[in-house]
Design a protein around this ligand. Structure first.
Ligand SMILES: Cc1cc2nc3c(=O)[nH]c(=O)nc-3n(C[C@H](O)[C@H](O)[C@H](O)COP(=O)(O)OP(=O)(O)OC[C@H]3O[C@@H](n4cnc5c(N)ncnc54)[C@H](O)[C@@H]3O)c2cc1C
Length: 462
């Protein structure tokens, strides 16, 4: 294949991997360049110090509404590596457990009735207020782009306990940012597409093998078999733009790689460095939000649920490893805290003590267990902060330079900064590149269809 059909993808996170998949599917000659030694980007794993195998730096989950991510996993033969948890487990401030299972046979949004009824830490009045709040959010047709979710919830009179024990944990974990900072439009997206749209929308998809294996080995292997050339340990220092103003390759350590199109699928700060004047100026226009994972190794297994949302506590989500793969070490569990800036004043030991004390309050088996080891990992720019007005800054895939395309969870996908957003961005960039090169574009993966009742309530689509 000649250079006329060669496309270089810069960045081997989910956006770059998805772009490479779609470009290879269009019959193009794809080379993927990744600066690290392994693929997967922010969805990464490390070696368990206690010999349990690979552990995810931070547990990632997707939802049933993440159709493009699921489609990629299905086609790559990875569907078996995702467990579907239909029941969401909440643990209230008093330690009471609520198993919330949407009903598949009821038309959306009625399928959520058990979720509302099931939340035992809420009074009847609070459950009613929550239902009204969700419906009012869905019915919003015009979103004030300057309004935060917190400001809107207060303005419509949502009770403090409902905000603190539902909206805060649900929206903060879905968007990775604090309720005081997220834009109202992003909050509506989570509630409509992630809960109200379809009976399967809120299914929790939990990888049962480490992300390092899922993406770095299995997905990468599948792409290589489809003809994608993958080069890791290769940092791209510049994108070459020819005298005709068209992107014509990349430069790494002084060596040029010619191409007919380039997809840059790196995080927003790296994009701003690589493409000044083309990508948005990172720190002035876009900011990140931190997520912290607290890895704990006890002398025995302490968690008797597959996952749990701890509401009204510092700990937000707790996961135990799946017997099929995630760190095999006995007694391992992981607590995830989104929007974790300033947690316990940055004192790691204090944070571990707080989290362990909370686990002992809600999981009886933890009371007699001994903590053998802990590790706190914070990614300070884990996700793009979806603040009011951010959509005006998130760039589209096509740039002002012909042949140069942007991908990444931070680009204008209409989705929060998630695995689904990353995969969508990769496909969008590949579609734009295919158009530029005059080859057939990849098919669009449909969203979960909205039920007639949800369409009446929230509209056909956003
Ligand atoms: C702690 C944490 C928890 C998260 N939890 C969830 C979750 O539960 N669910 C969910 O859906 N999402 C979650 N996310 C978000 C999710 O990980 C990201 O949205 C997604 O992985 C982003 O993919 P990406 O390809 O856009 O970017 P990245 O994964 O950042 O990939 C970009 C790649 O580009 C490479 N690169 C950068 N510069 C260069 C260069 N010059 N040359 C070559 N390569 C370069 C980088 O090394 C990297 O591999 C979480 C993220 C973090 C950090």
């Amino acid at each position: 294949m000649g250079e006329a059909r060669r496309v270089i993808v810069v960045g081997g996170g989910l956006a770059g991997l998805a772009a490479a998949d779609a470009l290879a599917g269009a019959g193009l000659d794809v080379t993927l360049l990744e600066s690290r030694r392994s693929l997967g980007g922010r969805a990464a794993s490390f070696e368990d110090p206690r010999g349990g195998g690979l552990v995810d730096a931070c547990q990632h989950v997707a939802m049933g509404c993440c159709t493009t991510f699921r489609d990629l996993c299905r086609r790559a033969g990875l569907a078996d590596a995702l467990r579907t948890d239909r029941t969401l487990w909440f643990i209230g401030p008093d330690g009471r457990r609520s198993a919330c299972t949407p009903v598949r046979w009821l038309p959306a949004p009625l399928h959520l009735a058990p979720l509302l009824v099931g939340m035992r830490h809420f009074s009847l009045g609070e459950r009613g207020a929550l239902a009204v709040g969700m419906l009012r959010l869905a019915r919003l047709r015009t979103i004030d782009p300057t309004l935060t979710a917190a400001a809107w919830l207060l303005a419509i009179g949502q009770p403090e306990r409902v905000i603190r024990l539902f909206w805060q944990p649900v929206l903060e974990s879905a968007l990775g940012e604090s309720l005081d900072l997220v834009g109202l439009g992003a909050a509506r997206k989570v509630i409509v597409d992630g809960f109200l749209a379809h009976p399967q929308a809120a299914d929790l998809l939990v990888p049962v093998v480490p992300l390092g294996e899922l993406l770095g080995v299995r997905l990468a292997g599948w792409l290589a078999r489809r003809g994608v050339t993958i080069r890791t340990g290769c940092t791209v220092d510049a994108v070459r733009i020819g005298s005709d103003g068209v992107a014509c390759g990349t430069v790494s350590s002084g060596a040029e790689s010619p191409a007919a199109a380039v997809v840059v699928a790196v995080p927003w700060r790296a994009a701003a460095r690589l493409l000044p004047g083309i990508a948005p100026a990172a720190d002035e226009q876009l900011s990140g939000s931190p997520i912290t994972a607290i890895h704990l190794w006890f002398d025995r297994d302490i968690i008797d649920l597959p996952h749990a949302v701890l509401v009204g506590r510092t700990s937000q989500w707790v996961f135990r490893p799946d017997a099929r793969g995630q760190s095999g070490a006995t007694g391992y569990c992981q607590v995830v805290i989104s929007a974790s800036r300033g947690l316990r004043g940055g004192d790691r030991q204090q944070l571990v003590d707080t989290v362990v004390a909370e686990l002992r309050e809600v999981f009886p088996a933890a009371r007699d267990a001994t903590l053998r080891e802990s590790r706190v990992i914070t990614d300070p720019t884990a996700v793009l902060s979806v603040r009011p007005g951010v959509d005006a800054v998130r760039p589209l895939a096509a740039t002002q330079v012909p042949g140069l395309f942007l991908a990444g969870d931070w680009t204008a996908t209409g989705w929060p900064s998630t695995m689904e957003g990353a995969v969508r961005s990769g496909r969008a960039a590949a579609t734009a590149a295919c158009r530029h090169l005059g080859v057939p574009t990849p098919e669009t993966v449909p969203d979960l269809p909205r039920s007639w009742m949800t369409r009446l309530l929230a509209g056909r689509a956003d």
